[in-house]
Design a protein around this ligand. Structure first.
Ligand code: ZN
Ligand code: MN
Length: 469
């Protein structure tokens, strides 16, 4: 098989996190379970009603555009257009969208150029049943952002990585919760090989699906070309269950949307928006945070990805890490990372609590990790202490003292205990001298019991070895 060049461009729709819908005062609540509760004459497209623009939605799009290095209000202004088509989930018979004057042009992410970002309204949703179809208009008129990339993507992996990084940014900026399972972020991929016929793949609702659908199409195109067949320009749907794409419609009947400027809405001008303020409010972005965590806290790249996936978690970690840096000479960042991602997250999962419910403070957490690093408590003891600190908010110092978890690491004290154990267990000494090395475990175990688990096992082992020489 000849090595053909894969070219992919993405079109991504994102539902914005606003209190109300795009052009009316209806609540924008994607988690609403009762159908048709958040509707009004405006979003139902009744005659005589007029849309008004939700400024928060415009701000969110502008801020994302600025974060991605795009040009906002490319011609000093931006306008809305009507995109006309019929579908049962579109009560107005048209969608208010943007055609030739989008809010944002250009920008890039992961080295992939962004073509444009525009703002529009979502349609309702249909549920097909045996006896007909049901329509829910709660989503109709919800603010929807569309991000289009240039065909710069060269592999399935790159496409998935782009989607994942975009989702992180959307969450950092609080543009959207961007949950793909909930349809808050929806992807379409335009795929072609050797710059040939383009095929559009829809129904992609996970990053794994993005990856798998592109791999599937690459293989399908290659096989067709090898067999001397022509690729048809069409829209295909990804079937995740079967792991295949299925033809939905050929592009010959592509819609003519008859775009024209929305007569009920005025154009938007750059002067009316606080662009400097929006730019200043952009937080440190995930890739910047990752780079900094790698250099400041010596994290491995993979660990930096894990810890910065969620902004609040990254901030918690950073506060604790800074505390370690300040208070200890050899800050145990690796230990901090491990206790956070395995123990703290583990307890949060089982207790079903979020970071904001956590009574553990970054300060107390850092103190505890410093104690582990110094050998003051065992890892077993640290786990017990953490469970307590997470639910009560107690400090590391108090918890360790109260629960008697401090590890005895003073040599004289441990030697005294070792002597006692040896006098009580003459047989073990004999066995050891005969070469039965397991007796050493036995003796260390006895000494640990004597200290109620607070002895430092490594030190005890050394002491016994020395005494038995
Ligand atoms: Zn409404
Ligand atoms: Mn769209």
């Amino acid at each position: 098989m000849e090595d053909r060049k894969l070219t992919v461009g993405l079109e991504i729709h994102v539902e914005l996190k606003t209190h109300t819908k795009m052009f009316c005062d209806c609540i924008n609540d994607p988690s609403e379970i009762y159908p048709n509760t958040h509707i009004c004459p405006v979003c139902m497209g009744h005659p005589g009603t007029l849309p008004t623009i939700n400024k928060k939605a415009v701000d969110l799009v502008l801020q994302l555009g600025l974060a991605l290095g795009g040009t906002v209000f490319p011609k000093g202004r931006s306008k809305f257009d009507r995109k006309n088509y019929f579908y049962p989930d579109l009560p107005k018979g048209y969608q208010i969208s943007q055609y030739d004057e989008p809010l944002v042009l250009g920008g890039s992410l992961n080295g992939i150029r962004i073509t444009r970002i525009h703002l529009e309204e979502d349609a309702g949703s249909l549920t097909h049943t045996k006896n007909g179809s049901l329509v829910d208009f709660n989503r109709a008129g919800a603010p929807l952002m569309e991000i289009v990339t240039e065909p710069d993507i060269r592999s399935a992996k790159e496409a998935a990585a782009f989607g994942e990084e975009l989702r992180r940014i959307l969450r950092y900026l609080q543009t959207s919760d961007a949950d793909m399972e909930k349809g808050l972020m929806r992807l379409e991929a335009n795929i072609s090989i050797n710059m040939g016929t383009k095929v559009e793949v829809k129904n992609i609702n996970s990053f794994k699906a993005v990856h798998d659908a592109i791999e599937y199409e690459y293989k399908r195109h290659n096989e067709a070309l090898d067999a001397g067949e022509k690729i048809i320009q069409e829209t295909r749907g990804w079937n995740a269950e079967k792991g295949i794409t299925v033809s939905q419609r050929s592009k010959e009947d592509a819609h003519d949307y008859r775009y024209f400027p929305e007569p009920d809405l005025p154009p938007l001008y750059a002067e009316a928006f606080d662009l400097d303020g929006l730019k200043a409010a952009i937080p440190e972005l995930p890739h910047e945070k990752r780079a900094r965590f790698i250099s400041e806290f010596n994290l491995k790249e993979a660990d930096a990805y894990v810890i910065t996936e969620d902004r609040a978690a990254a901030e918690f970690f950073e506060e604790a890490a800074s505390e370690l840096k300040e208070k200890t000479t050899n800050p145990a960042y690796g230990l901090l990372f491990n206790y956070f991602t395995s123990d703290v997250w583990g307890i949060m999962r089982t207790e079903n609590i979020t970071l904001s419910d956590l009574r553990l403070t970054p300060h107390n957490f850092a103190q505890l990790v410093a104690m582990v690093a110094a050998g003051d408590i065992s890892s077993r003891g640290a786990k017990d202490a953490l469970a307590h600190m997470i639910t009560t908010g107690a400090t590391a110092e108090t918890t360790v003292t109260q629960k008697n978890l401090r590890q005895i690491s003073d040599t004289a004290g441990l030697e005294l205990i070792a002597h006692k154990i040896l006098t009580e267990n003459p047989k073990a000494i004999e066995d050891y001298k005969k070469g039965k090395l397991e007796s050493l475990h036995f003796l260390v175990g006895k000494a640990m019991k004597e200290t109620k688990g607070t002895g430092n096992p490594a030190m005890l082992r050394e002491i016994f070895e020395k005494l038995l020489k």
